[in-house]
Design a protein around this ligand. Structure first.
Ligand SMILES: Nc1ncnc2c1ncn2[C@@H]1O[C@H](COP(=O)(O)OP(=O)(O)O)[C@@H](O)[C@H]1O
Ligand SMILES: [Mg+2]
Length: 240
C-alpha cells in the first residue's frame, strides 16, 4: 500500500528553483534513501513533505489524502514526523523536557507518559540521563534524542535528514541499528537522507539520487551502489 506519494512537485526560494518535477512513492514499511550532492534539494524535499516549505506546483498525499499546502501540525498529525538536519536539541533543557517538547497541546497526559516510557525502553541511554541537560550529550546521543523526540508523535513515517553527518562510524552503526529495529518493531516507514551510499546498501530498500532538484536515478539500493551510473550521476559526469 502506498503511504506517501509525491507527484511532480516544484519548490522555489524566490528566483531559485530547488526542486523541479520530483515524483516518488513510498509503500508502508519501506525504507527509501535519498542521496545526492550538497545543494541538490534533499532537505527541501523533506521540508516540502513536512509542510515547512511551500510547494509551488504538484501534489503530496499521505495515506490517500491530499496534504499539499496543509500546516506542518496537520501533516504531523497524519503520521509524518521529520527529524531535521543538524540535530537541534534545546541544550538548556533536560532530555526529558526535550522529549516533551511538542506535547504541550496534548490533553492525553496518561498517553504522553506511556509514550515517554516506551521511548526510554528503546533508548536506555536516554532513560539513564533523563534529567541531564541535552547540551551535555555527545553528537551521537543527541541524534538518539532527536529520533526519540520524533517518535513521541507516534509517526507512521519518519523522515530523517542526514542522521550520520559528523558522527564516528561506530556511532553511525548504532544509529542505524536503532532505525532498523524501529522499522521492524514499530512498523515504521523510513525516508532517510544519507550521503553515504554504503549505509543505504547495508540497510536495503530503495534509493533515489537527486541532483539539481531532479531525481536522476532510482532503484534498489544494493543494485545502485554496484552501479557506476551512481557515481556518474552523483558527480554529473557524462551529461551536459
Ligand atoms: N531557505 C532557503 N532560502 C533560499 N535558498 C535555499 C534555502 N534552503 C535551501 N536553499 C537552496 O536550495 C537549494 C537546495 O538546498 P537543500 O535542499 O538544502 O539541498 P541539500 O539538502 O541537498 O544539500 C540550494 O541551492 C540551497 O542553497
Ligand atoms: Mg540538506
Amino acid at each position: 500500500m502506498t503511504l506517501l506519494s509525491v507527484d511532480d512537485i516544484t519548490v522555489s526560494y524566490g528566483r531559485l528553483t530547488a526542486l523541479r518535477g520530483v515524483t516518488l512513492t513510498i509503500d508502508e514499511g519501506e525504507v527509501l534513501f535519498v542521496t545526492g550532492p550538497n545543494g541538490a534539494g534533499k532537505s527541501t524535499l523533506l521540508n516540502a513533505i513536512a509542510g515547512v516549505v511551500l510547494v509551488g506546483s504538484g501534489s503530496i498525499m499521505i495515506d490517500g489524502a491530499k496534504v499539499t499546502g496543509n500546516s506542518p501540525e496537520d501533516i504531523a498529525r497524519r503520521g509524518f514526523s521529520l527529524v531535521p538536519e543538524g540535530r537541534n536539541v534545546f541544550g538548556g533543557l533536560t532530555i526529558e523536557e526535550n522529549l516533551k517538547v511538542g506535547t504541550g497541546m496534548r490533553i492525553d497526559r496518561k498517553k504522553i507518559a506511556d509514550d515517554l516510557e516506551s521511548i526510554y525502553e528503546e533508548f536506555p541511554m536516554l532513560a539513564e540521563r533523563r534529567h541531564t541537560p541535552a547540551g551535555m550529550l555527545s553528537g551521537g546521543q543527541q541524534q538518539m534524542l532527536v529520533i526519540g523526540r520524533a517518535l513521541m508523535a507516534a509517526p507512521r513515517i519518519m523522515a530523517i535528514d542526514e542522521p550520520s553527518l559528523g558522527l564516528a562510524p561506530k556511532i553511525i552503526d548504532q544509529v542505524y541499528e536503532i532505525l532498523v529495529r524501529l522499522r521492524t518493531q514499530r512498523k515504521l516507514t523510513l525516508l532517510i537522507v544519507e550521503q553515504s551510499s554504503t549505509r543505504a546498501m547495508m540497510t536495503g530498500g530503495r534509493m533515489v539520487l537527486i541532483r539539481g532538484g531532479r531525481i536522476v536515478l532510482e532503484g534498489a539500493a544494493t543494485e545502485m551502489v554496484k552501479d557506476d551510473r551512481l557515481k556518474h550521476a552523483y558527480f554529473g559526469f557524462g551529461d551536459h
